[in-house]
Design a protein around this ligand. Structure first.
Ligand code: NAD
Ligand code: WQD
Length: 339
């Protein structure tokens, strides 16, 4: 199959590209390099022995998108990752987020809906907000988004549902990722956080390697078994595999509805303290951490019910928290070696 991956040099897009190439698919990768680098192509080649066809295109650029879809009339599927994802920045610069995340999506939808090309969208567990019960299933009502980033995902989902409603030949899957972590076992690709990481795992690994002084544990008195927040951390390789299986499911027309929504998580809720202790156990390193006040806007607990994607598509996570944390640590060491 010939698959277009937008945001293909980003954290998740690069791992999906590797699996697509390893599965014998042809990949067209586009990325405007806002949050990535051309070096990622070398990492992909080092793993797969080949690179995707790459264009430094911006999904908002009408001419570039027209030219892309005109030059490739035989695209079998599109996986759309290209977006901005920094939650706190989205609060400071809401228009930047709406313009890119919604504007870019509309450009892509113009083409995929016209040609009815199977489409996979990167959504997020953030659309649920603080859900009323755990685990979270896809039927739970979406709460008002707590950031423009989260709202851009809710609006994005709605845009796709509206397109599916008027064009029954157009098939889409919305994947709501829980917390993706870890890196490829080869240490050739991983996450490149720019500036000070906001997410737990890159902050933790940067602290252990000595770039940051102390990891602040945001909130120690929550109503959870150890007082710290609970999340569903999913290995990026498992997440990437969910895209491959979702795409194959759509392309082989196994879907019943033309727009289907799936959680992608492990189903296991893990606290911040459990992450720290597990990291220390698998790496033998000490994590310098300190209890701190809660982070504004944080939800307390979020973990997935991943039954639906297992029943319909057959995907379930295979890798453990230990695998994820070890791969994140190996990647951090690799980054250090190369700087
Ligand atoms: P990332 O920033 O590493 O990757 C996104 C890529 O898209 C980057 O390489 C960036 O340069 C590119 N990009 C951004 N705007 C673009 C544009 N207008 N045109 C072309 N390229 C553009 O992020 P990621 O972690 O790989 O996330 C991928 C997708 O998954 C995003 O849509 C994100 O919102 C979503 N998501 C991520 C997480 C997470 O925790 N990483 C969780 C849930 C959902
Ligand atoms: C995880 C836990 C923090 C940093 C974010 C986005 C969400 C989605 C997934 C894209 C929380 C705690 C963190 C630190 C800490 N992304 N923490 N010290 O908040 O679940 O969600 O990523 O769609 O939209 O908001 O992930 O990694 O930031 O935090 O104690 O320095 O770690 O309080 O409990 P989060 P995270």
């Amino acid at each position: 199959m010939k698959i277009l991956v937008t945001g293909g040099l980003g954290y998740i897009g690069s791992h999906v590209t590797v699996l697509l190439l390893e599965n014998g698919h042809e990949v067209i990768s586009i990325d405007n390099l806002h949050n990535s680098s051309l070096k990622v192509l070398d990492g992909i080649e080092a793993i797969c022995g080949k690179k995707p066809l790459f264009e430094a295109y911006d999904v908002r650029n009408v001419d570039q998108m027209n030219s892309l879809f005109e030059s490739h009339l035989d695209i079998d599927g599109v996986i759309h990752f290209a977006a901005y994802k920094a939650v706190s920045e989205s609060v400071e610069k809401p228009l930047k987020y709406y313009e890119n995340n919604i504007g870019g999506l509309i450009q892509i939808l113009e083409h995929v809906t016209e040609k009815s090309i199977p489409f996979i969208f990167s959504s997020s567990c953030t659309v649920y907000g603080q859900a009323d019960k755990m685990p979270i299933d896809e039927e739970m009502p979406l709460k008002k988004a707590s950031s423009p980033y989260g709202n851009s995902k809710q609006i994005g989902e709605q845009l796709i549902m509206d397109c599916c409603a008027i064009n029954k030949q157009f098939n889409a899957i919305l994947l709501r990722y829980f917390n993706p972590i870890g890196a490829h076992a080869s240490r050739k690709i991983g996450e490149f956080p720019k500036g000070i990481p906001q997410n737990l795992i890159p902050f933790l690994t940067q602290t252990v390697i000595g770039i940051r002084e102390t990891l602040k544990v945001y909130g120690a008195d929550y109503d959870t078994p150890d007082g710290t927040c609970i999340r569903d951390y999913i290995h990026v390789i498992d997440l990437a595999q969910a895209h491959i299986e979702s795409l194959e499911y759509l392309i082989s027309s196994k879907n019943i509805e033309n727009c289907e929504v799936f959680n992608v998580g492990t189903g296991r809720g893990v606290s911040v303290m459990e992450v720290i202790k597990t990291f220390e156990k698998v790496t033998g390193e000490k994590v310098p951490y300190a209890m701190s006040s809660p982070r504004e806007g944080d939800i307390v607990t979020a973990y997935a019910n991943p039954e639906k994607i297992f029943k319909k598509i057959g995907w379930k996570s295979k890798l453990t928290l230990e695998d994820s944390l070890l791969s994140a640590w190996n990647w951090e060491k690799e980054l250090q070696r190369n700087t």
